[in-house]
Design a protein around this ligand. Structure first.
Ligand code: CLF
Ligand code: SF4
Length: 518
């Protein structure tokens, strides 16, 4: 039964006191000046995370990189209005703070949303998180957002609730958020300097008044940081999203990183600006470019010394469903869910998730075992590989069917997930697309090898010509274990003089692919 809001607030506050204490004591990545270890919220296993926090992140596909291979999230598009204007947003489309530009979601009432959640939870037992991320700002639509949370908490209590906001209205709603036991809140913070903010936000609308320029940006940054402090004081895990806009805030984001870390943010997600004239945004029309793959990675790397970085964000849509790298929203349109027989069975979900956990444990054990073969290797070589995967941490996708490649950095320290590249499908109706192949090569041009379950002769040869080794010998095996084994043999070949290690160039973040991949 749903507790009243006040009861829930009280219960939530008590439960969160312990967690708050744990975040404060945890030196790795939370509030307290630690070194920001990649084990927090992003790598396999609990690492040095306190158990209370690990329990909150371990099945959340956005807060744990490792979990995103196994667990799914869904969004319900119940929040159409917005209270600010971002120069990278066209309000004909979904909120670009957590969505790819140019995507339109099917809007739902809270009741339709609750039915959809049950339908998805019955069909996808590894769906563990329900997020509200638009299509506008959830807190500019507080009644719809909180009514949806209330209905879902009542009917599907095992599903974690998640919220993403631009932060303007956040301080007014922190108690209600805590009252609904929302454990995870994302705030998009692109600046802490209003002069820079004025280049990103033409206006904000607050207390029945429109503010513009530096005044608007100052109001926004003050409210965002205040909201962040209030949430972390209540033990709610906060992720900060920042859109990297070259020439506008790219140099400034290190300062944003420090500012949010000092206020207790758990995770920082720096996303590339996706900008094209056809989006009809200010930045699209003025020709503002987004970063290249290596520019984005360099910024993420530089901030990682400060705190935990999220690198697996897919900038998903406001009605996204499925694993982060896939989109099953078309299976759950309003017409379809209203006609669906819903059988929400907690025991079945738990049993399925127990199997997923076994798979995770096996994957981590295989990786650790392979890692021991690198012990004693001394080499400065660091390189990237691209992997075709359908999920579960396996190399289980054909080259021609891949809509994205996951990118891992290999070194003597092991294999580390550092991002993904969306691509257009190479295989169209049974035939390979030559033009598609060129764009795929540009998207993974900074990688030394591409790991696939299978690949045809033509793309194989073209990849080799481009200096990217196609690797299909580890089909259906675990990604990290296989990558480490391949890297060991690569180092052996370099050490024996059989091959020479050469640095690769930069790669494109494929805007077209991102837009088409709705
Ligand atoms: Fe959704 Fe966001 Fe919650 Fe995740 S998404 S509200 S935290 S459940 Fe995740 Fe999607 Fe990136 Fe967002 S991949 S856009 S970070
Ligand atoms: Fe668009 Fe989201 Fe910015 Fe609102 S907060 S203007 S919906 S990107």
């Amino acid at each position: 039964m749903q507790a009243s809001a006040q009861e829930a607030i009280t219960a939530g506050s008590i439960a969160n006191v312990d967690v708050m204490q744990s975040i404060a004591e945890h030196k790795g990545c939370g509030t307290s000046g630690g070194s920001g270890k990649a084990s927090c919220g992003s790598a396999a296993g609990q690492g040095d995370l306190p158990t209370e926090i690990w329990e909150k992140v371990k099945n959340h596909p956005c807060y744990s990189e490792e979990a995103h291979h196994h667990y799914a999230r869904m969004h319900v598009a119940v929040a159409p209005a917005c209270n600010i204007q971002c120069n990278y947003c066209n309000r004909k489309y979904d909120c670009a703070n957590e969505s790819r530009p140019g995507v339109v979601s099917e809007k739902l009432t809270p009741e339709q949303a609750a039915k959809k959640v049950l339908a998805v939870a019955s069909t996808i037992p590894q769906m563990t998180v329900l997020g509200i991320a638009g299509p506008g700002d959830p807190l500019a639509n507080p009644e719809k957002t909180f009514k949806t949370f209330e209905l879902i908490a009542k009917t599907a209590p095992d599903i974690k609730l998640c919220l993403s906001t631009n932060g303007l209205a956040l301080p007014d709603h922190v108690d209600t958020i805590a009252g609904f036991n929302v454990d995870h809140v994302t705030i998009t913070i692109n600046m802490v300097d209003p002069e820079i903010g004025a280049k990103i936000y033409p206006w904000v609308f607050w207390k029945h008044k429109r503010y513009t320029g530096v005044e608007a940006a100052k109001l926004l940054t003050d409210r965002q940081l205040q909201g962040l402090e209030m949430l972390t004081a209540r033990g709610i895990l906060c992720k900060v999203n920042s859109v990297m806009i070259p020439g506008v805030n790219d140099k400034h984001l290190a300062e944003v990183n420090r500012a949010v870390k000092s206020r207790g943010a758990f995770l920082h997600n720096i996303m590339p600006l996706i900008s094209a004239p056809e989006h009809g945004t200010v930045f699209g029309l003025t020709g503002q470019r987004g970063p290249t793959a290596q520019e984005l990675k360099a910024l993420q790397d530089s901030c990682e010394g400060e705190m935990n970085m999220m690198r697996h964000c897919r900038q998903c849509r406001a009605d996204a469903v499925g694993l982060l790298g896939e989109d099953r929203s078309a299976e759950f349109t309003t017409d379809k869910i209203m006609a669906m027989e819903v059988n929400y069975d907690l025991d079945t979900r738990k049993a399925y998730q127990a199997m997923v956990e076994e798979e995770r444990v096996a994957k981590v054990a295989a990786k650790q075992e392979e890692l021991s073969t690198l012990a004693g290797e001394i080499s400065d070589i660091k390189l990237l590989i691209a992997v075709a995967t359908k999920g579960s941490g396996l190399i289980n996708e054909h080259f021609g069917h891949a809509k994205e490649f996951q990118v891992y950095e290999l070194s003597t320290a092991g294999a580390k997930f550092v991002g993904h590249r969306r691509v257009d499908l190479y295989c169209q109706g049974g035939y390979g697309e030559e033009e598609g192949l060129e764009t795929i090569i540009r998207a993974i041009n900074d990688c030394h090898a591409v790991f696939v379950a299978k690949i045809g002769g033509c793309p194989k040869s073209d990849l080799q010509k481009a200096g990217i080794e196609p690797v299909d010998q580890f089909a259906h095996e675990f990604i990290e274990k296989s990558a480490i084994a391949w890297f060991k043999s690569y180092l052996d070949k370099v050490n024996s003089g059989e091959i020479e290690h050469v640095e690769r160039g930069d790669a494109e973040i494929r805007q077209g692919a991102l837009i088409n991949a709705a």
